[in-house]
Design a binder for this molecule. Structure first.
Ligand code: DGL
Length: 226
């Protein structure tokens, strides 16, 4: 059984991708709405929440846990060894796919405040190629909007303007690839795509689901996405 957690709707995006890829897999899903949002919290708080969630899912019978949250994935290295070994973070696979997709080595990342502060995407992308340029844009406001969109509401004008602002900045900066570095933003993908003007979109929720479906964290090795 695979465990999945996030602070909320971002986990649902990964869950629905995993359902398509592994329809027969038992999945235990935890949306830690009580402590949402994660993106405004300190590293210490996010680490404590990640530890609690992974322990809870393992204790409830999960054999491995997909951290379907980029913010919580930023603290994966700091988890105590048994929790670290049995959980699968999603920044690395999304970063590798972005690095494999860019043609000009210029990548934009849209993420929560905490993820941007951590610099985790920039580090992971530059591990693939140190010459790549990575610009990370905080868009914490979009997390709450994504929650509403996931619940069936349509995105408001503010959301569309914020997305346009980031895409325009990425385009004028020369980026050819945009990483949705927060799983919540999967729910805004259609709006983002409609304004992307040729920028390639990398969806961390989808990549995370593919990563675990292909065996990461299940004892038979991680999948390489390059
Ligand atoms: N979905 C999460 C992420 O990927 C967290 C959003 C939040 O709770 O701030 O970062």
């Amino acid at each position: 059984m695979i465990g999945i957690f996030d602070s909320g709707a971002g986990g649902l995006a990964a869950l629905s991708e995993l359902r398509k890829l592994s329809p027969n897999e038992d999945i235990l899903f935890l949306a830690d709405r009580k402590n949402a949002p994660y993106g405004t919290k300190s590293e210490k708080e996010v680490l404590r929440l990640a530890e609690n969630n992974i322990s809870r899912l393992l204790f409830s019978g999960a054999s491995s846990v997909l951290i379907a949250c980029c913010t919580a994935s930023t603290v994966h290295e700091k988890l105590p060894p048994p929790l670290k070994e049995r959980s699968v973070p999603i920044i690395e696979p999304a970063a590798k796919l972005a690095a494999a997709s860019t043609k000009n080595g210029n990548i934009a990342v849209i993420a929560t405040e905490r993820t941007v502060k951590s610099g985790a995407f920039g580090r992971a992308i530059r591990r693939v190629d140190p010459t790549f340029r990575v610009k990370e844009y905080p868009a914490q406001e979009l997390v709450e909007i994504a929650e509403r969109v996931a619940a069936g509401e349509s995105a408001d004008r503010f959301a569309r303007e914020k997305i346009k602002e980031i895409l325009d900045a990425s385009l004028s900066d020369g980026a050819d690839t945009l990483v949705l570095g927060c799983t919540h933003f999967s729910h805004l993908k259609e709006i983002i795509k409609s304004q992307a003007k040729g920028i390639k979109i990398i969806d961390s929720a989808k990549i995370g689901a593919e990563h675990i479906a292909n065996g990461a964290g299940c004892g038979f090795g991680a999948t390489v996405f390059l």
